[in-house]
Design a protein around this ligand. Sequence first.
Ligand code: FE2
Length: 425
Amino acid sequence: MFDLILRNCNLPDGRRGIDIGIRDGRIAAVETALAGEAGDVIDAAGQLVTPPFVDAHFHMDATLSYGLPRVNQSGTLLEGIALWGELKPLLTQEALVERALAYCDWAVAKGLLAIRSHVDVCDPRLLAVEALLHVKDKVRPYLDLQLVAFPQDGVLRSPGALDNLKRALDMGVDVVGGIPHFERTMADGVESVRILCELAVERGLPVDMHCDESDDPLSRHIETLAFHAQRLGLQGRVTGSHLTSMHSMDNYYVSKLLPLMAEAGVAAVANPLINITLQGRHDSYPKRRGMTRVPELLAAGIPVAFGHDCVMDPWYSLGSGDMLEVAAMGLHVAQMTSQDGMRACFAAVTATPARILDLDGYGLEPGCRADLVLLQAADPVEALRLRATRLLVLRAGRIVARSPAAVATLNLPGRPSHVDFSLRT
Ligand code: FE2
């Protein structure tokens, strides 16, 4: 006896016509022609059912603040940083909570049920930390929120930042963050990586650093991060986010760097929407794309996820919590148009970040939590092409969001009455 059976599902690994039986909030069976009674049955009609989207890199303390206190007119990183500096003293805990909860609503509607968010710890009031810890508790029934203590202004450069960061960890923040390329000197950047990795060991926590988000080919803090990950036995628990300088690095150097990252068990997160807009802004032509070397990292056996980074905040005026939009941009920027490449891009917003975040019970095997998204698409590639509608979103076997199928009606002589943008009729 099942609580719910989803019949005739296509799965991301290519299996078709599969039934998924759900009992007590967990996946109980995944097979063809599943026998047994069910309280409810949903016909997936040969459409894709996937575990939920996962965002490995976000800034929930800044999200949905677009226009506060003013709009970023130039759309550049530097004006964004200046704007965030203007906004920070005006932040209130209430407003932070309200905006974060509103974003989580958007996320759930888009089938995004797990987010790793950095939270700025440079304000000694730690307002944003308190607010997001509150939000984390509040959304727990429907969304997994993981927090990173992020010293936006540099853990060494910003007075008191290391103490604030430690206090944030004491309060329950899950991951140690950093921003070595923003320290005053290369040497300070290197030192910040050592301090923060040793702190992570002391606290038994993972590390996720903004690393080398720069067009400077000599910004090589990822090497130091990988070195300390290996030295301290942190394999599988360290992530380098952005890594955009790798785009501009010398090829010979990268051929030595990638095996080091692989041996050190360091994961990578690229943020395609942000980095295609913010990097290369000092270039004339040719203009660098600035995203890290995604296919090469993957070929070296390094897990690569795509993050959204920003939605309607001082750095990015766009976005809606749609991880298919993120993946589609990553696919284009990295030229990952091979069949394997497109599937890897879908994995970069689902299974891969789930692994990086070490999410409990994520997946499609019996025993996993019944967190599922029914998409209006036959397979992952079609989902990417169409930014497919999330017809149903389930959390622990319960429907938490639904959207009507996207269909356009036509009024053309001799043509069908509607069009649904798939090749199926
Ligand atoms: Fe970021």
